[in-house]
Each structure stands twice: as structure tokens, then as C-alpha cells.
Design a protein around this ligand. Structure first.
Ligand code: BGC
Length: 719
């Protein structure tokens, strides 16, 4: 909150500004070094000196930022400080696993910690804003941006939303090591048709409110300082111009009082969207909808003067946006501490080491053991000869993942380096075999020779980091390039083979899953990738990651997710007229929550604290978890509900809770989760929230596969 004296100061400042200076406060330009969208570099220093720049993106490095801030303070008429945003999506200098991977940890404390570390490093690098967390529920692995998301589930993404906002922003925005969080991209961007980036979105009013908006609401409730509208449309109205969502719902009904930053070039793109004829119209639509800051489209600087002249916007509209931007700057403490000296935490060697340790922990918790045969893993005794093969084995740059921020390739631990450190006395040899994106298969024979002479093969295949993320959609979800041939040749060598599958999305790799001794989803794990993999292969860490997305069996199933509505004709193998395909299965290959462990857990004795629940009451759900295997390990327990009869059809399963438990071999413990009555409320036919009396089924288990779940039921009573 801005103190009253500060509010007075802001009003005086606003009163002293020319219309051009006001518009300048709404203009955000990119540094020329790293453009993250279309269009050429802008002369941001000239814009700044002319009072036509309020904030920047893609400029980082304490000295560089300081130099530009000094110009803002000393060489502009009003000396208003800038703020500096950057895509700090999965770490800053220390690179953490991509969000989809981190989601697999099902661990809000971890999500908060990695955001905190990223914020501390970003703040030390001069930054004041992170364009994160990305909260788009994503159910289509063709869409490259699924890697930036927490996957398919709304409840899980909402938990991630609050954890990340707390992590980035800390206690308040002036606290040491805090940066402003930008919850993005509001909303339903993940539903682009056929998984193609920037394409049309088709969602019902109900799925907008039930599936796509709740994570943003949680981010707002957690105090997110800023939001970014999506590039895409809802019912033909691009979010950048969508007053019903931005102004009426988010600012109005939700009470959001922060700033809205457009996506890159999105205001000018209202013209090719076909809702504005020129920049003045585009600018007017966005400003009226509540978009405060124009990122890189020049629509506000070029279009708003004309829009004012035409009467399409008023000075009051402009003042409202400028007031919000100035208030935001005050919340960041920029008027008192423009160089953010109090917000900067020294990155001592000790602190850096702690950040690396956290990256290693995050990385190993993100690894999902997809399959394994005959107990190949863990490798309890160091093998004599290890062949580490494939294009991703020694690929430091690839470990960075798609939003590498300030990460440096030379600081990444590759799989090869990590395995050498894990087994220092073994002969660990390497051959690439093929490149990810080349037709040259000349290296395969050497890789096969190495495989034949090894006791253990670690085959590192998958996507390049540039194959997921923004504008990186794929129609085929197999291994790119000629990697399939490498895989076949290496598996034919017949040696025990562990596959490290790196990708920003679920991949369709049936041959690997059928034939390899073990397959681990290693996503993009960041700075400590190799060490984390060493921890898992050696058994120093028992894999605990669980899939935050349903892993399709075939691309024809996409989009596929567990929280679907029931159908009148559910799939029944013996009945032709049911919901199914002629040629592919209906179920995913691996369900949401899937992930193997080196031990075996059993869940039993599901109990609830009451059989009836009224509004305002909370149910306690308890289940006994036993570790019946030989190794210590961590189990993730999921709590789902289903409302079998309601005024509108409810999903066959809805995630509503989770718990993690660490158990020694032979240990058992009761795990408790709570369920508030309001968690089973839903928008009724008229879209207003309803808590309907009647039965609620409660399911508890490790995955969203219904037959693997314990079940009980309660009744919700009318209050
Ligand atoms: C992306 C955003 C990102 C912005 C700034 C856009 O193209 O959609 O997620 O924050 O660029 O780099």
C-alpha cells in the first residue's frame, strides 16, 4: 500500500506531467540485446530522454540498469524512475527446472523457494519485475508453451500461483530480494486451437470460469502486483481489448488494483486481429479495457495522442492508467530508493552455493521415472564401464531450457559431467551418435561400439531447448531428427539401458518405453541437471516426481486430461456406440500423477472426519500410507472429488488436495488432507457459485486412474 503522503506526492507528480509524459509512463521498450518478440530494436535512450519511456524489458545487469536509471533520474524533466522487467520464468542466474518439470514435484514449498532464489538473483541484477508465474492451464502438448505451465490441472496451477507470487514478491515489494510478479497470460491462452501458438481460442463460459481463470484469481488474492493479458481472443475479443474480463471481472469483481502489462506487441496486434483499424483505435481499446503498459508495440506513444484528439479516450482514462503505474513504482519503493539498494542482497559465494544446492534438489524432485524393467534402477554399485550416449549427453546449453534468463551454459552440469562425478572410479565414455536436428547418422556406429563395450548405457535423447516454449509448437511428438535410429541401434546392442528423455512436453516414444530398461522424464532440469540425474540413478535420491499432465498414448487423443465431463456413452469395450476411437485407446499412456519409485507404497484405510458437510465446514480426509518396499521414499497422495448428480454435469474427477509423505522402508503413517465445503461448490446454470446438497464422492490415491483410487462418500447438507 502507498502511504497517504506518498499518494499526495503522486497526485502532484501527475498534475505536473504533460500528456506526452503521461503516455511515456505507459511505454515499455526492450533493450536491443535480447528481443523476445517481433519488430526491430527501439531507440530506448532517445525515448527515455524525451520523457517517453516508463519501463523496460530485457535490460539486466546491475551496472547497465544503473546507468539507464541514472539517465531517467538526472536527464529527464521529471526524474521519474524506470522499472525493469525480464522473463525470470525458471530461475535467473541459477537455472531451475522448467515449470512443467517443477510442477511434477507437487510441492508448493519448493515452488516458493525457487521463485525466491530467482527473485534474489534477479534483484541483484537490477531487475524489478519478473514476467512470471505463467498460469495457463495447458492440455495440449503440441503447444510449445506447455513447458512454461504447471500442466493440465486448475487446482495444482492455483497452488503454484500462490507459491510463486509469495516467492517472487516476499513480504512486500520493497523487501530485500523481492521483485514484482506478473501473472500471465490472462486467460485461456493454453486452449489455442490444435495447439498452435497465437491461434484462436474456443472455450465455453464454464471452462473459462472453472478451468482457466481460477489460477489468476489465486494470484490476485496472493497479491500479484501485475497481470499480463494473453495475445489470444475469447469469443472473438482479444484479451488485450477485453474490457469484460480485464476491467469488469478482474479489476471490478476481483478487486485487482495492480497494473496490467500488455504482452509483447499485443496492442498493435489488435489491428491484424481485426478489431482495430489503426494504432489510435488499438490504443483506445486497450486503454479502455484497462491495459496500463504497452510492451513494445508503440501503439500508446503513436496512437494515444490521436485517440485523445478523436475523443476515443479521455484524459481521465489516461490519468487512471498513469496513476496505477506511478503507484506501482511507489510500491516498489522506487521514488525513495531508485537504485533499489535496500532491495539488493549480496550474492556471496555461500549464498550462490546454497542456490546451487536448491537447484539440485529441485531438479531431482522434478525427475519422473516413467518406466522400468527388472529393477534396473537404482544402480547400487558403480558400473565398471558406462556409455553416456546421445545428443543431449554433453549439451550444456540445452540444460538451460527455454527461458534461460541469465543462465550461462558454462555453469550447467551436463549429464555426462554429473555421471562422472557420481561414479568417479568408473570409465565413463561418451559418444553423441547424432545431432538433434541433423540428418547425419555417421556417428551411430561409434555410439553402438561404445554401448557394446559398456556395462551400463545411459542414452540421452529428446528435444532441443529451442523446440519448446513460445512459438515452438510441434505436430509430431516423436523424437526429432534421426534420434529414432540411434535409439534402435543402441537398444539392439542389448545392454542395460537407461534413457534420459529431455523435453518440454510429453513425447510419443513407444519404442523407448517398450524396450529400454528404464526411462526417466528429465524435461529441462537446469543448472544441476547432471548431478540430479546422478543422485537418481545411483539411488541417493529415490525418484518422487509425478506427472502434472496426462501423457498421451497417441497424438490423436490430444487434448487429453483427467478432469473431463462424463458422457452419456462412456467407453465400454463391448459396446460400439460408446465414446472411443476405432484405432487408438481412449486412456492416456500414463495418467496424471504417474511416476514410479524404487520402493512400493500401499494406501489403505480411507477415513473422513464426518459423513455430512455444511457450508463453512471443513472435512478432514485421512489415509494410511505404508512403504512396503526396500528403500526409503516419498509418496504423493492426491485427493479428488466427484459430484455424481448436480444441476450441471460435473467432471469425472476433480483434484482438490495433495499431501507428500517421506517414509522409511517398512514405515507407515496416516496422512491428512482437508476439504472445505466450498471446494465442491461450482458455477450453477446461471454461472453463480452454488453449493448443492447431495452426495460427494471422495477419492484418494497416487494417480488420476479411477481404478487405482480408494473411495468413500459424504453428503453436503443444505445450510
Ligand atoms: C511472451 C511473454 C513474455 C514477453 C516478454 C512475449 O512474447 O508471450 O510471456 O513475458 O514476450 O518477453
Amino acid at each position: 500500500m502507498v502511504k497517504p503522503d506518498a499518494a499526495g506526492r503522486l497526485e502532484r507528480l501527475l498534475g505536473a506531467m504533460t500528456p506526452e509524459e503521461k503516455i511515456g509512463q505507459l511505454n515499455m521498450l526492450s533493450a536491443d540485446s535480447e528481443l523476445t518478440g517481433p519488430g526491430g530494436p527501439a531507440d530506448y535512450m532517445a525515448a527515455l530522454r524525451a520523457g517517453r519511456l516508463g519501463s523496460m524489458l530485457n535490460l539486466h545487469g546491475a551496472e547497465r540498469v544503473r546507468a539507464v536509471q541514472r539517465v531517467a533520474l538526472e536527464e529527464t524533466r521529471l526524474g521519474i524512475p524506470l522499472f525493469f522487467g525480464y522473463d525470470v520464468v525458471h530461475g535467473h542466474r541459477t537455472v531451475f527446472p522448467i515449470p512443467l518439470a517443477e510442477a511434477a514435484a507437487f510441492d508448493p514449498a519448493l515452488w516458493e523457494e525457487t521463485a525466491r532464489i530467482a527473485a534474489v538473483e534477479a534483484a541483484a541484477d537490477g531487475l524489478t519485475m519478473a514476467f512470471a508465474p505463467m498460469l495457463d492451464v495447458a492440455r495440449d502438448p503440441r503447444w510449445g508453451r506447455i513447458c512454461e505451465s504447471a500442466g493440465e490441472d486448475t487446482w495444482l496451477t492455483s497452488r503454484l500461483a500462490e507459491a510463486k507470487v509469495r516467492g517472487f514478491q516476499g513480504r512486500d515489494l520493497t523487501a530485500p530480494g523481492s521483485v514484482a510478479a506478473v501473472a500471465k497470460h490472462l486467460a485461456a491462452y493454453g486452449a489455442v486451437l490444435a495447439g498452435r501458438d497465437y491461434a484462436q481460442v474456443e472455450v465455453s463460459e464454464r471452462s473459462l470460469h472453472e478451468t482457466y481463470l481460477p489460477p489468476f484469481r489465486r494470484a490476485v488474492e496472493a497479491g500479484a502486483a501485475a497481470l499480463m493479458p494473453a495475445f489470444t481472443d475469447l469469443g472473438g475479443v482479444p484479451l488485450t481489448a477485453n474490457a469484460a474480463v480485464l476491467r469488469d471481472l478482474v479489476r471490478g469483481a476481483w478487486g485487482f488494483d495492480g497494473i496490467m502489462v500488455s504482452d509483447y506487441d499485443a496492442i498493435a496486434e489488435l489491428i491484424p486481429h481485426g478489431v482495430a483499424a489503426d494504432l489510435a483505435e488499438a490504443a483506445a481499446l486497450a486503454l479502455k479495457a484497462g491495459v496500463d503498459i504497452d510492451m513494445m508495440s508503440h501503439a500508446y506513444t503513436k496512437g494515444l495522442p490521436e485517440a485523445l484528439a478523436r475523443g476515443a479516450v479521455t484524459m481521465a482514462d489516461l490519468d487512471a492508467a498513469v496513476r496505477r503505474v506511478l503507484t506501482f513504482k511507489a510500491r516498489l519503493g522506487l521514488f525513495d530508493d531508485p537504485y533499489r539498494e535496500t532491495a539488493t542482497t549480496a550474492l556471496t559465494a555461500e549464498r550462490r552455493a546454497a542456490h546451487r544446492a536448491a537447484a539440485r534438489d529441485a531438479a531431482r524432485r522434478s525427475i519422473v521415472l516413467l518406466s522400468q524393467k527388472d529393477g534396473l534402477l537404482p544402480i547400487a554399485e558403480a558400473p565398471r564401464r558406462v556409455a553416456v550416449l546421445g545428443p543431449l549427453a554433453d549439451a550444456a546449453g540445452e540444460m538451460l531450457g527455454p527461458w534461460s534468463a541469465s543462465g550461462r551454459p558454462e555453469e550447467m552440469v551436463t549429464f555426462l559431467a554429473g555421471l562422472r562425478a557420481t561414479w568417479p572410479r568408473s570409465d565413463v565414455a561418451h559418444a553423441r551418435g547424432v545431432d538433434i536436428d541433423s540428418e547425419d547418422v555417421g556417428g551411430i556406429p561409434a555410439a553402438v561400439d561404445l554401448a557394446r563395450s559398456a556395462d551400463l548405457v545411459v542414452l540421452c535423447v529428446g528435444e532441443a531447448r529451442g523446440m519448446s516454449g513460445e512459438a515452438n509448437c510441434r505436430g509430431h511428438l516423436g523424437l526429432p531428427g534421426r534420434q529414432g535410429e540411434l535409439v534402435k541401434a543402441v537398444l539392439d546392442a542389448g545392454k542395460p539401458t537407461v534413457v534420459l528423455l529431455s523435453s518440454g512436453r510429453p513425447l510419443l516414444v513407444p519404442e523407448l518405453l517398450d524396450r529400454a530398461g528404464a526411462v526417466l522424464a528429465t524435461w529441462f532440469l537446469g543448472s544441476e541437471a547432471g548431478n540430479a540425474v546422478g543422485d537418481v540413478l545411483s539411488g541417493n535420491w529415490n525418484p518422487s516426481g509425478r506427472l502434472p499432465v496426462s501423457w498421451p498414448a497417441d497424438a490423436g487423443q490430444i487434448p487429453i486430461f483427467f478432469s473431463r465431463l462424463p458422457t452419456g456413452r462412456p467407453y465400454a469395450p463391448a459396446n460400439r456406440y460408446t465414446s472411443r476411437y476405432l484405432d487408438i485407446p481412449t486412456e492416456p499412456l500414463f495418467p496424471f500423477g504417474h511416476g514410479l519409485s524404487y520402493t512400493r507404497f500401499a494406501l489403505r484405510d480411507l477415513r473422513v472426519s464426518a459423513t455430512e458437510l455444511r457450508a463453512g465446514e471443513t472435512l478432514s480426509v485421512a489415509v494410511e500410507v505404508a512403504n512396503e518396499g526396500q528403500a526409503a521414499g516419498e509418496e504423493t497422495v492426491l485427493l479428488f472429488v466427484r459430484d455424481p448428480v448436480a444441476s450441471v454435469s460435473r467432471p469425472v474427477l476433480e483434484l482438490k488436495g495433495m499431501a507428500k509423505v517421506q517414509l522409511a522402508s517398512g514405515e507407515r503413517r496416516t496422512v491428512r488432507m482437508s476439504l472445505e465445503a466450498e471446494a465442491v461448490a461450482f458455477p450453477g446454470i446461471d454461472m453463480t457459485p452454488r453449493l448443492e446438497p447431495g452426495e460427494i464422492e471422495i477419492f484418494v490415491g497416487p494417480t488420476a486412474r479411477t481404478d487405482a483410487l480408494l473411495k468413500t462418500s459424504i453428503r453436503v447438507l443444505a445450510s
